[in-house]
Design a protein. Structure first.
Length: 720
């Protein structure tokens, strides 16, 4: 192989790599197809010249010259087609078809006449085609295509002034096309000028500019991935050129001649091996691993799947058990324990475990100053007990080994979050007594990193729930104060009646009719007082969350009865219109009481000069139409002052209130409770006419209950 064929070979390989990459990224795009075709034709042209520069036979040289021009003819035609596709110039598309037809005629003339290629020149660097009359006509044809393409690009550039990305793409293509046209210096050698054809330099610059436009400005819908492919192509060129040189020179030294057919086939095989080897390597490795080491592959897949899933678990206990069970089951570990940081105590407490003796493990906890926690915090990588026994890491190594022995741990794995040790996973021996490999430790470290994120999320969620519970308690106490004030008057009236009858009883004790009337009245009033107090207690008494199928009519009616007294004092009438045979809803009765309490109280307070509240229930579908569907809707409508439009978007924000009194928590807490039940709240309001709240509660048991330990987002709508 002569030194003059190395540049052409490098150009061929670069064009081949770029063309295959572009085609592989989107084989359905016409733009990708046309540019890839240009690249592959360039590869074909430069490959032919690589072989041509190495032949020493005149007849073979003439055949290679015609073979090369069979592809060269179509290179400018395909590039013009690329410009048409890029600019979407539909009017110019017909010209591209005409150019293909003319290219076909030139192709026929190359093989059927001697007017295109009349022979070859022999220069110091090798054979080169001799151009004929039709070759001159082809050059004029090429110039027409070049100018037409530049005209299309220039027009498209002017149309893209308001599209910066497309404008930059067009600029790069124009610049690269002008540079590519300089490759025409190669045609001088077709007419007796013995200069080495350096047009390949401009061809490579053109390809690199287009590649840069692809990377920087997303031309052809491929992005940063091409960076790796270009590097791969360059490495391939660097490896193939010396290998191919050895093939050529080996033939010369061994046989005294070079078989160019054999050399060309060998080149194609080397290119094929270079592209296919990495893909086959990874697939073969994966297949062999699954056949020979199935258990290890299953373990890896399980750990990776678990590490992805655990970030959705927001209950710290459920998360801890998931981590421990996953490791124990997938890796076959006999004893696994998880210790988590306890900021209040300044220690790492046992959260959950598998296989450990319960009585013994309960007594084990680690302080932040213990040698093991200090070592894990400092090294931030797994600590292997056996390695510590062989290679001590400090004077406190014996204490560290003793601590790991108490935990029955062969390996202690740190869980690091924001450079802090938030937990420790302790692993005992494997059931099959095999050692922990580097791959095991790497996968376990990945799991620990995911666990750190999940633990942070779970603790943030716990803090959020505690804050929400605090807000609910504050809102409940606020509502309770208002209820107490209203019920005081309601209780006082029957007590006055009973007191009056009691004072008269000694004087009229012998009056049987009086005694019977007094007894009936007293029992009736006492029962009424007991009912009011029981309703008040059921609302005030905190209860554990308990979801069960409930009739929403009963829940709403219970709250409406409690608030009727307060409504009467404000000259507000409460009317009810409950739907019949409503489906059961899966709710926490006490929490939903708080929702309806807040909404009805708000309605009462919105009518300082009296008015009316109408409460109605009905089944609705997801899109709000009647009569049947997925939700039960509770409508609470008042004739109050209404809510200004600018406030509607904020009424569910905590501490937002437009009233002179109140904490601004009622609607925020109500909205949160309904969301957690899988429902949503909508509101309609008109200033001066009143407001209507629509509470939608899903029918039946929710698919994603709040207490399952997983985070979820429920739909909440606010419309007006």
């Amino acid at each position: 192989m002569t030194i003059y064929s190395i540049p052409t070979l490098a150009t061929a390989l670069l064009s081949l790599g770029l063309g295959l990459f572009i085609l592989g990224r989107n084989s359905k795009s016409k733009l990708n197809w046309t540019f890839a075709s240009w690249c592959l034709l360039t590869c074909y042209w430069q490959t032919c010249w690589t072989v041509l520069f190495n032949v020493h036979n005149l007849q073979a040289a003439e055949s290679l010259a015609r073979l090369g021009y069979s592809g060269i003819i179509f290179i400018p035609i395909v590039f013009f087609h690329f410009v048409v596709e890029f600019t979407k110039a539909e009017r110019a598309r017909l010209f591209s078809y005409v150019f293909y037809v003319l290219g076909g005629l030139f192709f026929v003339s190359v093989w059927q006449t001697s007017y295109f290629v009349t022979g070859v020149y022999l220069y110091s660097w090798g054979y080169y085609p001799r151009g004929g009359v039709l070759h001159l006509i082809y050059l004029a044809f090429l110039l027409v295509m070049l100018l037409s393409g530049l005209r299309l690009l220039w027009q498209f550039k002017r149309q893209s002034l308001d599209q910066p990305n497309r404008l930059n793409q067009t600029k790069y293509i124009i610049a690269s096309t002008v540079i590519y046209s300089m490759a025409g210096v190669d045609f001088l050698a077709n007419y007796g000028f013995g200069y080495y054809p350096l047009g390949l330099v401009f061809t490579n610059i053109h390809a690199c500019i287009i590649a840069y436009a692809i990377i920087q400005y997303r031309l052809l819908d491929v992005r940063v991935a091409i960076k790796r492919s270009l590097i791969y192509a360059l490495i391939l060129v660097a490896l193939l050129v010396p290998c191919y040189t050895v093939v050529i020179q080996g033939q010369w030294y061994a046989f005294g001649e070079i078989s160019y057919t054999f050399s060309f086939i060998t080149l194609l095989l080397l290119i094929g091996v270079g592209f296919l080897f990495p893909k086959f390597r990874f697939k073969t490795e994966d297949a062999l691993e699954r056949v020979l080491f199935k258990k290890r592959v299953d373990f890896r897949d399980t750990l990776l799947r678990s590490s992805r899933d655990m970030v959705s678990i927001v209950d710290i206990r459920a998360l801890s058990e998931n981590v421990v069970r996953t490791i124990a089951k997938s890796l076959g570990v006999e004893k696994v324990s998880l210790l988590l940081n306890n900021d209040a105590k300044g220690s790492y407490d046992l959260e959950t475990m598998v296989g450990l003796d319960l009585d013994r493990s309960e007594a084990v906890f680690l302080t932040r100053g213990s040698p093991l926690t200090q070592l894990l915090q400092r090294r931030k990588e797994p600590v292997v007990k056996e390695e510590l026994e062989w290679i001590p890491v400090g004077p406190e190594t014996p204490q560290t080994i003793e601590t790991m022995a108490k935990l029955e741990a062969e390996i202690s794995l740190p869980i690091i979050s924001k450079d802090r040790l938030v937990g420790i996973i302790n692993l005992g021996r494997k059931e099959d007594r095999t050692i922990y490999s580097d791959e095991d430790l790497e996968l376990l470290s990945t799991l620990a990193n995911q666990a750190a994120i999940a633990i942070d999320n779970a603790r943030l969620y716990e803090n959020l729930k505690q804050s929400q519970d605090t807000l609910r308690r504050a809102d409940r106490l606020s509502s309770l104060g208002l209820l107490t004030a209203g019920l005081a008057h309601e209780i006082r009236n029957p007590l006055v009646a009973i007191r009056t009858f009691t004072q008269l009883l000694p004087e009229r004790y012998d009056d049987a009719e009086f005694r019977e009337g007094f007894q009936g009245l007293a029992l009736k009033e006492v029962d009424r007082i007991c009912g009011l107090i029981n309703d008040l207690l059921s609302f005030a008494r905190p209860s554990k969350p308990n979801k069960a199928p409930e009739n929403v009519n009963d829940v709403v009616d219970n709250i409406a009865r409690i608030l009727e007294t307060q409504a009467k004092e404000k000259s507000v009438a409460i009317s009810r219109e409950f739907g019949d045979n409503l489906p059961k809803v899966w709710i926490d009765r006490e929490q939903m009481k708080q929702v309806f309490m807040n909404l009805i109280l708000n309605a009462i307070q919105a009518m300082k000069e009296g008015g009316s509240i109408s409460i109605s229930t009905r089944p609705v579908s997801r899109n709000g139409t009647q009569p049947s569907g997925d939700f039960v809707q509770v409508e609470i409508r008042d004739t109050g002052v209404g809510i200004p439009e600018e406030n509607l978007q904020h009424i569910f924000d905590p501490f937002f209130t437009s009233k002179d009194e109140g904490s601004g928590l009622g609607l925020a807490v109500s909205h949160q409770i309904v969301q957690e039940h899988g429902g949503f709240v909508t509101v309609e309001s008109h200033v001066g006419k009143g407001t209507a709240f629509f509470v939608h509660v899903p029918v039946g048991k929710p698919v994603r209950p709040v207490t399952n330990g997983h985070a979820h987002a429920n739909e909440a709508n606010l419309s007006h």
